[in-house]
Ligand binder design. Structure first.
Ligand SMILES: Cc1cc2nc3c(=O)[nH]c(=O)nc-3n(C[C@H](O)[C@H](O)[C@H](O)COP(=O)(O)OP(=O)(O)OC[C@H]3O[C@@H](n4cnc5c(N)ncnc54)[C@H](O)[C@@H]3O)c2cc1C
Length: 437
């Protein structure tokens, strides 16, 4: 190993074999960025870094955001693996969760907080990634809505794959115009495969066949929310929520106090309110996902909605079955996202995300018919989706509802998803809006 040196790896010509049919694939991209021709890798002497560490530390990471799948650095991977390890510990109930929500009899004017500076709202949405969509749908109905977001409210660089029908739900809910749909759609492609190796495959049209830019989408919706008079407390964390007969009083870690008739918890799978409701209980199952967006795929016109190329396989002391997804990406004609995921019961022997990534670097080139040397890795992506049998999560407190990943309302296959949220948006915004009229 060389100390403190930089290796330059040139890209070699692509030499892969496509597993896809040649039936008139259609790809349409909205934008392209210039090709970067080299990968720079730092090599260190201290410990032997894993292949994952070397790859991840060779990519310059910028624009990490708060939502799921919005962090791309090696440090963030290690942090998430730390959280995952604690979920996998032997205890069924992990560390007792912090009490964020408390209920009090009587009206809110009795609260000591009521004497302090209070902003009054109809609805406070906690967590802005998907929260901005319900916040905008409700403000469009004439309600006074605020958002509290721990980070800057910004979408991730990595595209969300979704079907047009699901995206159109945002137009129907009055959140987007049809022109905005074109603006945020970075790429569209057909056909899309569902297959199991040696068991056959079917090709479908218009399923998860759009790559939407969360950066652009959230920017547009955020502007609309603010133009309707919405207030966003960015860089502010929910600290406590006190429920009274007439209102909920929410205190932010930064000191602000908000009074609201309804609190919408859109703080994702790791929402402190959800932790409290679930009593710190271990999830019944977890979907682990790793992947990358990489440049250098010459065969890049169709997608895999789901594909399994392997039977059960041993990783460390655990047995897993891998599934794949692959989508053309909007950043360039040779750019492709591939995800490898698996479903596990959380236990001490469960594989870490980094272990899965080590497998991914071996298996992805075989799956896609490319060589690693021909690829430039643009971004490494990873996430964990916990799930519970008792889902969707019923409301546990007056005046507090869960939304997005926090609600457990997602697809039982993906356990998460912007797409699955849009399918419920009309119903939820109508239901919540009608409570006030
Ligand atoms: C690798 C990966 C790939 C994915 N690909 C797709 C895809 O192709 N298509 C798709 O539809 N979905 C996809 N998803 C799922 C999608 O990203 C999630 O469903 C979506 O981000 C959920 O949004 P959310 O707002 O409910 O939760 P989160 O994304 O977890 O966001 C929670 C928000 O709450 C904020 N927050 C947390 N705690 C606090 C606090 N105490 N106070 C204030 N704010 C707080 C966070 O900063 C964050 O903004 C993917 C997920 C991953 C991990």
């Amino acid at each position: 190993m060389l100390s403190g040196t930089t290796m330059m790896v040139s890209l070699r010509p692509f030499n892969g074999v496509s597993p896809y049919p040649s039936k008139h694939p259609l790809v349409h991209r909205n934008r392209q960025t210039a090709l970067r021709g080299t990968i720079y890798m730092s090599a260190q002497t201290q410990a032997v870094p894993s292949r994952t560490q070397r790859i991840m530390e060779s990519i310059s990471v910028s624009g990490e955001v708060g939502g799921a799948g919005g962090a791309y650095s090696y440090n963030a991977l290690k942090r998430l693996d730390g959280i995952w390890s604690s979920i996998c510990s032997t205890q069924t109930v992990q560390q007792a969760p912090q009490q964020v929500v408390s209920s009090f009899p009587g009206v809110s004017s009795r609260s000591v907080l009521a004497e302090k500076q209070v902003d009054k709202c109809d609805v406070v949405v906690c967590g802005g990634t998907l929260g901005i969509f319900i916040a905008t749908a409700l403000i469009a109905k004439g309600l006074k809505v605020c958002i509290v977001e721990r980070n800057i409210l910004k979408g991730r660089e990595q595209e969300w794959n979704i079907s047009r029908k699901e995206l159109m739900e945002l137009v129907e809910a009055g959140i987007l115009d049809e022109d905005d749909i074109e603006e945020v759609t970075a790429v569209s492609f057909n056909p899309n495969r569902c297959g199991f190796e040696n068991k056959g495959e079917i090709w479908v049209e218009d399923i998860l066949n759009l790559g939407v830019s969360p950066v652009k989408l959230i920017e547009i919706v955020k502007k609309r929310f603010v133009s309707f008079g919405g207030v966003i407390f960015e860089g502010c964390s929910v600290s406590s929520i006190n429920i009274y007969d007439d209102a909920a009083i929410l205190q932010l870690a930064e000191g602000n106090i908000l009074s609201s008739r309804l609190i919408i918890d859109a703080m994702g799978n790791f929402s402190p309110v959800v932790k409290q409701i679930r009593g710190g209980r271990k999830p019944d199952g977890v979907c682990l996902v790793v992947g990358s967006c990489a440049r250098g795929f010459k065969e890049n016109s169709t997608s895999d909605v789901i594909y399994s190329s392997s039977s059960v396989k041993k990783v460390g002391n655990a047995e897993v079955q891998y599934f794949w997804e692959a989508f053309p990406a909007g950043s360039g004609p040779l750019d492709r996202t591939t995800y490898m995921f698996t479903y596990v019961n959380p236990q001490p022997t469960s594989p870490k995300l980094e272990e899965l990534l080590e497998d991914y670097w071996d298996l992805m080139p075989k799956y896609q018919g490319v060589s690693m040397d021909s690829l430039e890795i643009l971004r490494v992506i990873y996430g964990i989706f916990p799930t519970y049998r008792d889902s969707p999560l019923p409301a546990a407190f007056n005046r507090v509802l869960q939304f997005g990943d926090a609600s457990g309302i997602q697809s039982p296959v993906s356990f998460g998803g912007f797409g699955s949220l849009t399918r419920h948006l009309g119903r939820l915004s109508n239901g919540q809006g009608n409570m006030y009229f």
